[in-house]
Design a protein around this ligand. Structure first.
Ligand code: SF4
Ligand code: SF4
Length: 393
């Protein structure tokens, strides 16, 4: 099953830090999962038996979330002010699994926009570390966001591993929902090869009257146990419907507009192209694109104290390379002082540098930045322009 998915990915995606063989924790999880499937097949029968697929009926989704809430916190799409957002839910009925796309991705569950790290007292020298609140279940991630999470993992494991992020990440159980068609008119996951779920603990595929459920990892055991009384065994017709859904999905995402294998070289070759300057003139420096991007990793450390310096807090907050202040250093110098340099930097991180370094795409084609940008700047247009397109960027 996994080999089939890997075979569908562009070749350059299989060469990086998260190639199947090199991803140690993934390999261990896969081994445990395969052994478990074998055990299930052999248990008490004396001969191999195919495991029966499971169905979560639409009417039972609320019960399924309630069952998870008994075991820990649940982060999922909810509706807020006419938008969908991904955040912790209090009641199962708040879930909006049908949400087209959330304004922000699930990134904030493991990497909050403001994350208090340490509280300290400068007068006495006392300090205490603030432990990270760790979400348990992330329910309803779309496929592009599972790819984004993998890209984020690569970044956070690189060099000195980010212990705080990784502690949260390892605690979290990902329950992803396969999209059967584009969920946002600005998205281009079909072009970035990110429309199939990359990696999740539990995988849900929408059916006419519910979801086909696949438990993928050791961490999924807890969900399987919680849903034991809720799930039904798939009928032969439902197994057939699943195959039809999957093949319809492939059709819906066909027609990629980007050559992913060539993209890093094409971005490099177009580094000094004049159209970057035109785009830089249009950019407003608002930072909306970095605020919504599921693969943007930049942050700043902020210290805040009261006037007597007895109550202080250090926190990590999202920052972004599109802001003028981001590249300001002593002097005062700024090594990306104009907008053209900043937007070119951002697009090259998404389309060239980080995907070369880690072997996974750092733009997953979710389209959030396109929707958010007041002047319509789009990575897809940039990638196509770098590959010889003539349309305005
Ligand atoms: S650059 Fe835009 S389209 Fe690409 S992952 Fe980030 S928000 Fe999504
Ligand atoms: S959202 Fe658009 S205008 Fe705002 S900083 Fe990003 S590219 Fe520039």
């Amino acid at each position: 099953m996994f080999l089939r998915r890997a075979a569908g990915r562009p070749r350059w995606l299989a060469d990086g830090c998260f190639s199947w063989a090199e991803n140690e924790s993934f390999s261990v999880g896969l081994f445990v999962f395969r052994r478990r499937r074998l055990e299930l097949r052999l248990r008490g029968r004396g001969e191999p038996k195919e495991e029966v697929g499971k169905i979560l009926k639409k009417r039972d989704v609320i019960s399924a979330v309630e069952a998870l809430l008994v075991h820990g916190s649940v982060y999922a799409p909810v509706e807020k002010d006419d938008h969908f957002v991904f955040e912790e839910i209090e009641r199962a009925s708040d879930l909006r699994l049908e949400a087209a796309q959330t304004v922000h991705s699930a990134k904030g569950a493991f990497f909050p926009s403001k994350d208090p790290l340490v509280r300290f007292d400068l007068s006495s020298g006392d300090w205490e570390e603030l432990p990270p609140a760790a979400p348990r279940f992330l329910f309803g991630l779309h496929p592009c966001d599972t790819w984004a999470m993998k890209a984020f993992d690569c970044w956070m494991r690189d060099g000195i591993p980010d212990d705080r992020y990784l502690r949260r990440r390892e605690h979290g159980v990902i329950i992803a929902v396969q999209c059967l068609k584009k969920c946002n008119e600005d998205s281009f996951c079909g072009s970035m090869g990110t429309y199939r779920i990359f990696e999740a603990d539990v995988r849900l595929t929408p059916m006419n009257n519910g979801y086909f459920v696949e438990f993928e990892t050791e961490k999924a055991r807890e969900v399987e146990e919680a849903w034991r009384e809720i799930l039904l065994e798939a009928t032969v017709e439902e197994e057939r419907e699943l195959e039809e859904m999957k093949s319809g999905m492939e059709d819906a995402f066909s027609g990629a507009e980007v050559d992913l294998e060539r993209l890093p070289d094409d971005m490099k070759a177009s580094f000094y192209a004049p159209w970057w300057r035109d785009m830089g003139k249009r950019c407003l420096d608002c930072g909306q694109c970095v605020a919504v991007c599921p693969t943007c990793t930049c942050f700043a450390m902020i210290d805040e104290c009261n006037v007597s310096l007895t109550e202080c807090e250090r926190s990590r907050r999202w920052d972004g390379c599109m802001f003028h202040s981001f590249a300001e250093v002593a002097g005062p110098h700024n090594f990306r002082s104009d907008r053209c340099a900043r937007i070119r930097h951002r697009m090259n991180r998404k389309g060239q540098w980080l995907n070369r370094r880690f072997g996974v795409p750092f733009c997953v084609g979710c389209g959030r930045c396109v929707t958010a940008c007041p002047v319509g700047i789009s990575p897809l247009k940039v990638f196509k322009r770098a590959q010889g397109g003539t349309a305005d960027v």
